[in-house]
Design a binder for this molecule. Structure first.
Ligand code: ATP
Ligand code: MG
Length: 292
């Protein structure tokens, strides 16, 4: 087993109990340690099933037929208990409310390590560390329910981080957030990767932020991997994304328009700065030429 591999799925199929079709159908993918990977797909594509497979909820709590091999840091998920996996895999769900239940932010973030029997001094340190990382230092005594959606989601991430996980798995964490909350959340995640080497696996339906923050993108359709690779490659064709039920990043729509208008197949960008440069270098001179 290569120690640089955080997560490995090989020829994985999973069918929920009593379901007709496979929720995951022949899925193979690898996530390297410290990588930020986004899984994009429409409703029913299999994103949540994939996330639950990584933390062992599938197949241990959510039953069904599992084929193939899923390894988290070299350990076979089918053989490990959820309790053991939960100390390695931090999980954050779609609805912030569904995962917060304590009276204060501090209790919330301390809950996981308390259950593991971590000594009180260490818990205190972990809580401060986790709240600092997500930009929520000083909110210890606040009720989680008095926070904004984005803040709640950051507390949920801190609660996962206080378990000192090796990989953070987030299932549509920005779903209930407004545009500013979304950007803040993604910045926190990217910083966790950049500064702390955290491995991040995230499920999304919207490719906007995923295109900016991910190292690797997996496109899913009906339980199958439709494509995977670097964002620039995988997200280059907006029409294909729409056909998969994924909303394309605006920049890839602009790039696609310019490619066809200027008949320049090499035009390709995902960032605003690159779009600006392309417009200055390619579009403005073409416009001046046409005006002459
Ligand atoms: N508990 C369950 N029992 C039976 N079938 C299920 C169960 N959970 C999911 N499925 C089925 O598995 C497939 C994949 O569902 P999953 O929830 O993983 O998709 P998703 O990509 O997360 O969708 P969404 O965007 O709606 O969250 C779907 O066909 C769904 O109907
Ligand atoms: Mg889902």
């Amino acid at each position: 087993m290569d120690p640089g591999i955080a997560l490995s799925l090989r020829d994985v199929r999973f069918r929920h109990r009593n379901a007709k079709g496979w929720a995951l159908d022949d899925v193979s993918l690898q996530v390297r340690r410290g990588q930020f990977v986004s899984v994009l797909g429409a409703n029913g594509a299999g994103k949540s099933t994939l996330c639950m497979l990584v933390n062992g909820l599938v197949p241990h709590t959510v039953p069904g037929d599992l084929e193939g091999v899923v390894e988290v840091f070299g350990a076979d998920v089918a053989e490990d208990s959820v309790a053991k996996l939960s100390s390695r895999v931090g999980m954050v769900f779609q609805e912030p409310e569904s995962q917060l239940f304590c009276m204060t932010v501090e209790e919330e973030v301390a809950f996981g390590p308390e259950n593991l029997g971590v000594p009180a001094d260490e818990i205190k340190g972990r809580v401060e560390w986790a709240l600092e990382l997500v930009g929520m230092a000083g909110y210890n005594d606040r009720s989680p329910f008095s926070l904004s959606g984005g803040q709640k989601q950051r507390v949920a991430i801190a609660a996962a981080l206080s378990m000192r996980p090796d990989i953070l798995v987030l299932d549509e964490p920005a779903y209930a957030l407004d545009p500013i909350g979304r950007v803040e959340l993604y910045k926190v995640l990217r910083e966790l990767k950049e500064k702390h080497g955290m491995t991040v696996l995230l499920a999304e339906r919207d490719a906007e932020e995923a295109s900016l923050y991910s190292d690797h993108i997996v496109l899913m359709e009906n339980g199958k991997v439709a494509a995977q690779g670097p964002p620039k490659e995988v997200l280059a064709d907006p029409e294909r994304l729409v056909s998969l039920g994924i909303s394309p990043p605006q920049m890839s729509e602009v790039a696609s328009l310019l490619r066809s208008r200027l008949r320049s197949p090499d035009i390709d960008f995902t960032r605003v700065e690159d779009a600006e440069r392309t417009i200055i270098e390619r579009v403005l001179p073409a416009g001046r030429g046409a005006a002459r």
